[in-house]
Design a protein around this ligand. Structure first.
Ligand code: ATP
Length: 290
């Protein structure tokens, strides 16, 4: 028996770091949005008594370092269900180490799939409680849609969904180490604080232009990303309503209300970015494929 799940990527419409807690984690304020780029996670019952992983690309780990493996181990540990053997197959489409929660999405997909496969019947909140032990973005990736994430990213509250729009994703050919990005925040602090209240009002009114004008990511104040300025210039020249970096980068995204402009922009970005896509918001973090 197997369960197939679409595990969606995210972008951050806003990311503010409030402060560094005494336990070393950071308290955050993030408006997160699931988008239509997804990995397909298929969990199959085997008789190996082990967790095994297969993947279509070879630059992510296939052992216990994979977030999908950690999620499966945490699921069996928390539910006390005996693992008779599962294989996790990941078809990766979400660019990794991109600030789009690719690994967390796979972890979320595994939890949702195992819940179905084993008939454990856990609620989303119960799955989130397991997921947060693996990574701060996993609870968002389980619930998904448009959410305000606070705490370390695990305190989730609904905000109104984004109106239909087109999102151009551009990941330059470089990577950012998330841990060192936070270290830079600890050392440098921030020079500007995003207008969080203004963003919440804009989200409440579902005013796309206003939302786009409020988009801000504090990591951009101290993370240098190759070609970012040029990518943003091209997005703006193609009538993007707003442009911003996602997570700790390096992915830059632009939001458009016109599909043709978004597609033209994506073509023009080709010389500047390794992974480019035109997508739209989705209302779920994970979707079981029937
Ligand atoms: P976030 O937005 O949550 O910071 P990210 O998009 O920056 O995430 P990931 O794609 O989650 O980063 O990958 C981060 C690291 O985790 C990579 O170096 C990768 O080797 C490792 N990793 C472990 N498991 C996975 C997985 N299933 N998919 C992608 N990367 C994984």
């Amino acid at each position: 028996m197997e369960i197939k799940v679409k595990a969606y990527a995210k972008i951050n419409l806003m990311l503010d770091i409030i402060y560094r807690r005494t336990d070393g984690y950071h308290d955050l304020f993030m408006i997160m949005q699931s988008i239509g780029i997804y990995d397909t996670v298929t969990v199959t019952a085997t008789k190996s008594k082990k967790i095994t992983i297969t993947c279509n690309i070879d630059d992510i780990p296939l052992d216990e370092h994979n977030i999908a493996y950690k999620a499966a181990a945490a699921f069996f540990d928390s539910t006390k269900i005996k693992n008779k053997g599962v294989n996790i197959d990941i078809v990766k489409r979400i660019p990794h180490a991109a600030g789009m929660a690719g690994g967390s999405a796979d972890g979320a997909g595994v939890l949702v799939a195992l819940n179905e496969l084993t008939g454990a019947g856990l609620s989303d909140d119960e799955l989130c409680a397991i997921g947060v032990k693996i990574g701060a973005d996993v609870p968002f990736c389980i619930k998904g849609g448009t959410l305000l994430a606070q705490g370390i990213g695990d305190v989730l509250n609904k905000v109104k969904p984004l109106k239909k729009c087109y999102i151009v994703i551009a990941k330059p050919d470089c990577s950012v180490n998330t841990a060192s990005a936070y270290k830079q925040f600890d050392e440098c602090g921030k020079v500007h604080t995003p207008d969080k209240l203004g963003m919440l009002y804009a989200m409440q009114g579902r005013d796309l232009k206003e939302i786009c004008s409020k988009m801000e990511n504090v990591f951009e104040q101290f993370i240098a990303v190759e070609n970012k300025v040029e990518i943003k210039d091209i997005m703006r020249a193609n009538a993007a309503l707003g442009v911003c970096m996602s997570g700790s980068g390096p992915t830059v995204f632009g939001i458009f209300d016109n599909k043709d402009s978004a597609e033209k922009c994506a073509l023009e970005l080709k010389p500047l970015a390794k992974d480019i896509a035109v997508t739209s918001p989705v209302s779920k973090g994970c979707r079981i494929v029937k």
